[in-house]
Design a binder for this molecule. Structure first.
Ligand SMILES: C[S@@+](CC[C@H](N)C(=O)[O-])C[C@H]1O[C@@H](n2cnc3c(N)ncnc32)[C@H](O)[C@@H]1O
Length: 145
């Protein structure tokens, strides 16, 4: 019976059906995972609100203050002003920030680079909370993360 061509064909069809079902289940899992990730990111965006860039003015310090006031994060206004003045004074054309969060320090950096008619600002952050918390910062921040 096993060598019967019809039985072999039926067996082959059953095998194909089984592997198709496994593939469909795998794809459904991937879709569910992506939907959960999208929902999580949408929640984060809602919590952050939509930061708006300040109205255009050539006064770098005015723009810095507005950006710092609008964005959540750790960078105090004094630090933003100090970094921007330093960048302008040195005439830097590019910058890289490691540890960006919502941009409270990288936007001031970018405004200063733009004031220098610079080329690029690279903003780097961890791809996963576990990476972001691999080194302890301080207790309130660690708990927050
Ligand atoms: C204390 S927050 C400062 C954020 C921003 N510079 C500010 O002033 O608002 C530190 C940031 O560093 C990021 N971070 C921590 N470990 C990192 C890593 N290994 N690589 C890249 N970013 C990292 C965290 O995800 C977080 O966004």
């Amino acid at each position: 019976m096993k060598n019967c061509p019809i039985a072999r064909r039926e067996e082959a069809l059953r095998e194909r059906e089984k592997s198709s079902e496994i593939e469909i289940a795998r794809r459904e899992d991937a879709i569910r995972e992506r939907e959960a990730r999208i929902a999580c990111l949408e929640g984060q965006v809602r919590r952050l609100g939509t930061p708006r860039l300040p109205p255009c003015t050539d006064d770098l310090h005015v723009r810095l203050k507005e950006v710092v006031a609008r964005l959540p994060g750790w960078c105090p206004e004094e630090k933003a002003v100090w970094m921007a003045d330093h960048i302008v004074q040195k005439g830097y054309k590019t910058a890289t920030e490691l540890g960006v969060y919502a941009g409270r320090s990288v936007f001031p950096i970018a405004l200063a680079i733009a004031a220098n008619q610079g080329h690029a600002v690279y903003a780097v952050d961890a791809w996963d909370n576990a990476v972001a918390t691999s080194a302890s910062i301080n207790q309130p921040d660690d708990i927050w993360w």
